[in-house]
Design a protein around this ligand. Structure first.
Ligand SMILES: Cc1ncc(COP(=O)(O)O)c(C=O)c1O
Ligand SMILES: NCC(=O)CCC(=O)O
Length: 432
């Protein structure tokens, strides 16, 4: 049963104390409710498709700890495997067979990946891949897209999505100009702009990195031919194509967006799902490029906890669950039902709206659209999104507290959860 009114006394007390202890009261900015108003709820525990807060309220969750919980929170198989793994120790700092197992699974699944290196977060994966792109091509410049987020490393904090977009921040203080002077940007879905950058910077561009489906400026899909066009342009100019599949990997399809769209990049970054809720990132790609990483080659990248046995275990179990027949068909069906339902309800209640989904990722903008890039996404009525978010939360639905984030479903979401969410959305959208 889901509540329709909420009392949040304990959440408020804990969050008030947190604000004196940690900047903004959080360990990551996207968790604060700055752009939607009100205060975050403080979680007590999570299970399946649900969250319980410290006041005992239950919510249907569409954040899924920002992506990893694709099998549902605290899946019994993952928890069971973790219990067994714990008995063997929490960290080795030495090779383990578990790394081979997860590496083989990733290599078998993701078309571009012939070799992989495990790290601890998506940010680390993207930092490392950029160094590798530059080393392999012996060029410094890189093209990223406005509104795409590749973690918080200096070189990527240029027109970034996610919390940077949510908070409307300019490029971050503390990032030296020298760190971003080689980061070129183009509007997403704009091949002509990319072409122009290649022309203006002949033989200087190491590569292009992008979210093949954007989730950090809201949910934005690649136009027909965009990914293919980038593949051609990068080939033509001797540059590398990198898909940041930290969010889309094993979510858009088992083999990620590259499987879904049939475009194979040179390198890929992963995170979120492959850690099954524990801290993991990875990067991988062509064997000739990956062989440049130390100690096989000269490009340095390291990590005390990288390949951590608990994280490998959770990742392996999660991928095994995703391999079960029908998993992606189920994710597609319930997510379509949710995305279509939300859009229909928004339109029926008189709101300008557009949105969509692919597999277990979805989005809804409060603008009639279409939304092809971050500039279009900014036309969304973010004040209305704030009211929508609050109304949903108060009735037991937990959405990402930002218009500029995608939503996530999981194998644990039932038809009843989706029906209930749409019914609640109708109630909220009728009143805002
Ligand atoms: C596409 C993309 N790349 C990179 C990152 C950074 O990953 P992390 O938060 O694990 O550092 C994220 C999410 O945060 C992401 O969505
Ligand atoms: N889509 C944005 C994220 O997943 C970021 C999570 C975080 O920075 O906490």
């Amino acid at each position: 049963m889901v509540n329709t009114t909420i009392k949040t006394t304990k959440s408020q007390e804990i969050f008030a104390a947190a604000q004196n202890l940690m900047p903004g009261g959080v360990s990551s900015p996207v968790r604060a409710f700055k752009s939607v108003g009100g205060q975050p709820i403080v979680f007590d525990h999570v299970k399946g498709a649900y969250i319980w807060d410290v006041d005992g309220n239950q919510y249907i969750d569409y954040v899924g700890t920002w992506g990893p919980a694709i099998c549902g929170h605290a899946h019994p198989d993952v928890i069971g495997a973790l219990h067994d793994a714990l008995e063997k120790g929490t960290s080795f700092g030495a090779p383990s067979f578990l790394e081979n197992v997860l590496a083989e699974m990733v290599i078998a699944a993701v078309p571009s990946i012939e070799m992989v290196r495990f790290v601890n977060s998506g940010t680390e994966a993207c930092m490392a891949v950029l160094r590798l792109m530059r080393a392999f091509t012996n060029r410094e410049k890189v093209i990223k897209f406005e509104g795409c987020y590749h973690g918080h490393a200096d070189m990527f904090l240029v027109k970034a999505g996610s919390g940077v977009a949510t908070l409307g921040l300019p490029d971050s203080p503390g990032v030296p100009k020298s760190a971003t002077s080689s980061t070129l940007t183009a509007p997403y879905n704009d091949l002509e702009a990319v072409k122009a950058l290649f022309e203006e910077n002949r033989d200087q561009i190491a590569g292009v990195i992008l979210e093949p489906v954007v989730g950090n400026a809201g949910f934005i899909t690649p136009d027909a031919g965009f990914l293919e066009g980038l593949r051609e342009l990068t080939h033509e100019h001797g540059a590398l194509l990198v898909f940041d599949e930290v969010m889309t990997g094993f979510r858009i399809a088992y083999g990620g967006a590259q499987e879904k769209f049939g475009v194979t990049p040179d390198l890929t970054t992963l995170g979120k799902v492959i850690g099954g809720g524990l801290p993991v990132g990875a990067y991988g790609g062509r064997r000739d490029i990956m062989s440049m990483i130390a100690p096989a080659g000269p490009v340095y990248q390291a990590g005390t906890l990288s390949g951590n046995p608990l994280a490998m275990t959770a990742g392996i179990k999660t991928l095994e669950l995703l391999q079960k027949p029908g998993a992606y068909e189920y994710l597609e069906r319930i997510t379509k039902k949710l995305a279509d339902g939300l859009l229909q309800v928004a339109q029926e209640t008189g709101h300008a709206a557009c949105g969509g989904h692919i597999s277990a990722m979805f989005g809804l903008f409060f603008t009639s659209g279409p939304v092809h890039n971050y500039e279009d996404a900014k036309n969304s009525d973010t004040a209305k999104f704030g009211r929508f978010h609050r109304g949903m939360l108060e009735r037991g639905v937990y959405l990402a507290p930002s218009q500029f984030e995608a939503g996530f479903t999981s194998l644990a979401h039932t038809d009843e959860d989706i029906d209930q969410t749409i019914a609640i959305a109708r109630e909220v959208l009728s009143s805002i």
